[in-house]
Design a protein around this ligand. Sequence first.
Ligand SMILES: C[S@@+](CC[C@H](N)C(=O)[O-])C[C@H]1O[C@@H](n2cnc3c(N)ncnc32)[C@H](O)[C@@H]1O
Length: 369
Amino acid sequence: MERDKKRRVTRSQSATKGMSDAVAAQKRPGPLGSSILRPLQRCSSVMCHRGHTALVAPCTDLKHETPNSQSYSVATPRHIPVLLNEILALLCVKPEGIYIDCTIGEGGHSEAILNVVHPKGFLIGIDCDKSVLEITERRLGKFAGSFKLVHDNFLNITDICSRLNIKAVDGIIFDVGISSYQIDNPERGFSFNKDGPLDMRMDRSSNLTAQSLINNLSYDELVEIFFKYGEERYSKRIASRIITERKKKLIQTTGELVTIIKKAIPLKRYRIHPGTRVFQALRIAVNNELKNLTQAITHGFSLLKKEGRMVIMSFHSLEDRIAKNKFREFKMNEQAKIITKKPLTPTEEEIDRNVRSRSAKLRVVEKTQ
Ligand SMILES: C[S@@+](CC[C@H](N)C(=O)[O-])C[C@H]1O[C@@H](n2cnc3c(N)ncnc32)[C@H](O)[C@@H]1O
């Protein structure tokens, strides 16, 4: 435990190296250390390096609960936006700017952006999960006229912008992964801790579910998915056990899959939940996450204005690698400069407040021509 704490401290210390001073200053404990939003009249200001002022401060009226709290209600946002102040400052949000939140979810980051851009600027919020957009629409109602929510895959970012007659934007954010809204609902099948149908679709209008992959893929295909997307070292054993079990009966629930995984592997070797890697792998495969992200970064980058910025926050190494490599490619082509030499990670304080932020990595690039 002591070692874990030490590692976290080192991580957040090293993270500040790639940041502007304005952002680093926010990492010190204090009112701006909170990642939750406060109503505009009580805002504090944070200067970004170009001198624009972002209005951000902790929230008092939106009651965010901790992920383990029993008192969630559908009307209350479940997802706590991660690295909120850092993202706002690094995006260099300006009042008349146009921004795209490619993964708007319950709108935590977008609400903070809209606090700055409303009523002069504009925000497009994309999410492939239609049900969450109803909540977001209500949450952002006070900014009516300054935003447009779009139910679509961010892969279609170019078409979305051309439909809205938007040719170029000042900033784009990707907060990839699942939201608390999704993982806390057992019906969605994302959680290995809660029994539910083996679904894992972010976009429930799509046909491919985790159940269909688990019950129909060949042994080799299962091994490949678990290994490639989950970096699971017992991929073969798990795939083999799945093949045996599905001959007896259709595998339909997350609970059944967890039981199968536990039977297939030497449990003592696991420091994390034994389902972690397989569930991650299935989720990536069901939602085609890596390919979508890779292509969307390219499309999104061409929509950026000169000096426009793209922020990518990821929660596992495969996605972070994609962001890193794409940004390097833009730099090599002399189209961009990389703002975060090393990925930014949450402070110990943020992790204590929101444990789900612990694996976040944030990278930022700026278009130079
Ligand atoms: C981590 S949550 C975003 C949370 C949000 N930033 C907030 O503060 O509330 C990620 C969201 O991205 C959405 N998403 C993931 N992949 C997507 C894709 N390819 N296209 C559109 N939305 C996607 C998910 O449905 C989810 O709602």
